[in-house]
Design a protein around this ligand. Structure first.
Ligand code: GTP
Length: 788
């Protein structure tokens, strides 16, 4: 009887048949796919469907798989569509043609159920060929928890009609599949007896079927050790009936609804999806697992479920780890940029522990469903991989912390130097500990839990850098303090030596010796005060004090040398000479006259001036005192010599020449003041020269000459050049006269030097090193001495 519903079904099937080639869906509904087609090709979109169409990928173990077996055209697809609201193809009544080809899979409506509709057995299209039947049995048994065996009541007891051939295959492949596995995996065989008339009670039918199945189990060939095993060790049996769909449609519908409870209602006493039937494949690994199983089955390879599960676990754990690692890397990249820019990541350890824990949680959630041994092994690899990535960040962090610790240390030390802190070493040590402590703290805090990361290399590098910088700075500071002390000595001496050498004549060297002692004592005291905080050894202090003393002595000698150049000595001599020769006791310039004893004055002035030179000939401080003040052990005579014999001679020559001119000037001024022309001589000259005077006036040449000379003299007068010209003329004349006189006398007299006055300079005094360097006079070494 064709009902409206049947009519619709037929139409539906007819339209669906036109789309049989579509591997996705018979009616364009992507909720069902042909998992294995009639050419034994496995679908490429199972994973995609699991994830995006059925939304089961993240269900873990919370999903179930049911397959239906049975002879062709026994209403399998119809039953599934009724039970699970799937859209499997249903046969067109008129053509009675096989509809389900290969294996189809669909999601049960609003559920976590995956339903497989398997091509009917003993289909006439495949003839006697049982290969696909065996393969599909192997495949579906490997992945399904429940096998629904669809039979018509009138087939019970018939070998082929009751699918006994198929069940024998199932039993055999079960041995092949699950015997290697530790712990028995059970499968539920749910017999749905269709077109049930109730003429034979279900209990009888069940019994018949159970007996047949047990007999069949006994008959199949089993390994020796399983020869005594029972069917019930591997299979649970469940029997149910459905009335005739066409003749008793309402009853059929009602019983289908009741049957539905066994699949959907977990509370139902006959609920079929018991945990013991689950294949233990997490939903996200199902597509890979199913495909691998089919590959093995399709190409007649030995199907070793444990190996497949092992391979799946390996593959999936890697895949899961990779996906999480990809996300993990994206998560941590933002920190890398900061670290590469030199930033220190606060709470790095905390942040990274959290990031790692989050990733690990995800891994555990997904990979933890796979084989424990694989999951644990891969977990260690996964953690190591994350740790490796994070270790790069940790090294960057260490580099940044090391830089900061070093920079902080340097800044503090620079500040201490700027402030001239008296506690330099204390600050240095304190800052060193602080910087190292800071480094240790951050390095320790930045570590990840359960890692053996070390930072000893960075720490020793930092310590080395800090120590080196500290030592260099300390040495520089000590050197600076020493130099400042030496500068202090120099400044004190520079303030006293020139002043005293220019003014003090009595006890000059006693006073200079005292000044040197005071300057050195002052400098050494301030040096010792300043180095107080530097933790110097006695040896270092002694060496530096020695150096301050020695350099102080050198500075003293230099200042003395600067004050005893030839010119300065000459100035001193001239001043002394002129003090007596040119000025009287009241300090007024002398006007020489005939009664003055110029020679006596000259001799006295010269003697006293020459006596002064001895004051500057050598440093007249006792060697004992110098040793005591300067600490210099080896002191040579030449070290104290200021003016040596050579220099003395040159200075003396120059001095004598200078005072000789003053002597001549004095003598000449006496002549000028005494030699006047008498008046009678002027009158006589005018009388006798009157004619010559007139003749000059009358002669135009003479007249012009006189006029020109007068004009020249007048020009000189108005330009104030007359006096200088006269003076130059006088000097030239005097020089000519002197040279003539000297040449004349040289022929007759030998040069005689006043040995009394210059005997001191003849002493064999060694050359002073200092003055050899300082003395740059340009005196004519061949200048002759003049005897007065
Ligand atoms: N007598 C009877 N006929 C049924 C029943 N259920 C469905 N049919 C009819 O049986 C025919 C085959 O139905 P299908 O659901 O396509 O059977 P199938 O086993 O899936 O067929 P294949 O997939 O080709 O093996 C259809 O014409 C259905 O209307 C039933 O309970 N009893």
């Amino acid at each position: 009887m064709l009902t409206t519903e049947n009519f619709e079904e037929v139409n539906q099937v007819e339209s669906a048949n036109t789309k049989l080639k579509n591997p996705v869906s018979v009616d364009g509904n992507t909720s069902q796919i042909q998992i294995v087609d009639e050419n034994k090709q496995f679908t490429k979109i199972l994973s995609e469907s699991m994830k995006n169409v059925w939304g089961l990928e993240q269900n873990g173990f919370n999903y179930h798989i049911l397959s239906i077996f049975g002879s062709q055209s026994t209403g399998k697809s119809t039953l599934l569509n009724k039970l699970f609201n799937t859209k499997f193809q249903v046969m067109n009544e008129k053509s009675r043609q096989q509809t389900t080809k290969g294996i189809w899979i669909s999601q049960g409506e609003n559920s976590n159920l995956l339903i497989l509709d398997v091509e009917g057995t003993d289909g006439r299209e495949r003839g006697e060929e049982q290969e696909f039947e065996r393969k599909s049995a192997l495949f579906t048994l490997a992945i399904s928890e429940v096998l629904v065996i669809n039979i018509w009541e009138n087939m019970v007891g018939l070998y082929q009609g009751a699918n006994m051939g198929l069940l024998k295959t199932v039993f055999e492949v079960n041995m092949q599949l699950f015997l290697q596995q530790q712990g028995k995996i059970k499968t539920l065989l749910l017999f749905v007896i269709r077109d049930f008339t109730a003429r034979t009670p279900l209990s009888n039918l069940s019994e018949v079927l159970t007996n047949e199945l047990n007999k069949m189990w006994k008959d199949i060939s089993k390994p020796e050790e399983y020869s005594e095993s029972n069917l019930s060790d591997y299979f649970d049996l469940m029997f149910t009936t459905l009335p005739h769909k066409i003749y008793l449609p309402e009853q059929f519908e009602n019983e289908v609804l009741q049957l539905k409870e066994r699949f959907y209602n977990t509370e139902d006493p006959n609920y079929v999806f018991k945990p013991k039937y689950h294949r233990g494949i997490p939903a996200d690994g199902f597509s890979s697992y199913a495909e691998n199983i089919w590959d093995q089955v399709a190409y007649n390879h030995d199907l070793d479920i444990p190996t497949q599960q092992q391979l799946l676990a390996e593959y999936r754990c890697d895949e899961i780890a990779k996906a999480i690692i990809d996300e993990f890397q994206i998560d941590i990249t933002k920190y890398k940029e900061k670290l590469e820019d030199g930033e220190i990541l606060e709470d790095m350890g905390k942040i990274f522990n959290e990031v790692r824990d989050r990733s690990l949680e995800l891994y555990d959630h997904s990979a933890g469903r796979y084989r424990k041994e694989v999951y644990n092994r891969k977990r260690i690899e996964f953690i190591e991989k994350m740790n490796t990535y994070l270790h790069v960040y940790y090294l960057l962090q260490l580099r940044n912390v090391e830089k900061k610790a070093y920079a902080d240390f340097k800044n503090k030390i620079t500040e201490a130097i700027k402030d001239d802190s008296l506690y330099f070493v204390e600050i240095l040590e304190k800052q060193k500990s602080k910087s190292i402590e800071f480094f240790n703290q951050v390095a320790e805090d930045s570590k990840l839990i359960d890692t053996n990361w070390v930072f000893t290399d960075h720490l020793s590098q930092l310590t080395k850098e800090i120590n080196e910088y500290g030592k260099i700075t300390k040495d520089q500071q000590l050197n600076k303090i020493k130099k400042n002390s030496e500068k202090n000595t120099f400044n004190l001496l520079a303030a006293s030596v020139p002043q005293k050498m220019n003014n003090v004549r009595d006890h000059l060297w006693d006073e200079l010796g005292n000044d040197l002692e005071k300057a050195l004592t002052n400098s050494i005291e301030s040096y010792k005060t300043l180095i107080n905080g530097y933790d110097c050894t006695d040896e270092e202090i002694n060496d530096n004090v020695k150096s301050i003393r020695k350099n102080g002595w050198n500075a003293f000698c230099n200042l003395v040398a600067e004050e005893t150049t030839d010119n300065i000595i000459l100035v001193h001599l001239r001043e002394k000479f002129e003090e007596i020769f040119r000025y009287d006791k009241s300090g007024l310039p002398r006007i020489w006259n005939n009664n003055d004893d110029i020679d006596s004055f000259f001799k006295k002035a010269k003697d006293e001036a020459l006596a002064l030179i001895s004051l500057f000939t050598f440093i007249d401080i006792s060697e004992q005192k110098i040793r005591k003040i300067t600490g210099i052990e080896e002191l040579q005579k030449e070290d104290l010599t200021i003016i040596d014999a050579d220099r003395s001679k040159k200075i003396l020559n120059k001095f004598l020449r200078d005072i000789e001119l003053q002597y001549i000037d004095a003598k000449r001024s006496v002549v000028r003041t005494t030699s006047k022309v008498p008046p009678w001589f002027i009158i006589l000259t005018m009388a006798l020269g009157y004619n010559e005077f007139l003749s000059i006036l009358k002669n135009p040449i003479y007249l012009i000459g006189i006029v020109l000379i007068s004009v020249f003299i007048y020009v000189l007068y108005i330009t104030n050049l007359l006096k200088p010209v006269i003076h130059v003329g006088q000097v030239i004349v005097q020089d000519i006269l002197l040279q003539l006189k000297a040449k004349t006398e040289k022929k007759h007299k030998t040069n005689k030097v006043d040995t009394d006055n210059i005997s001191y300079f003849d002493e064999d005094i060694p050359l002073s090193k200092l003055n050899r360097r300082k003395n740059k006079n340009n005196f004519d070494s061949n200048a002759t001495l003049v005897n007065f």
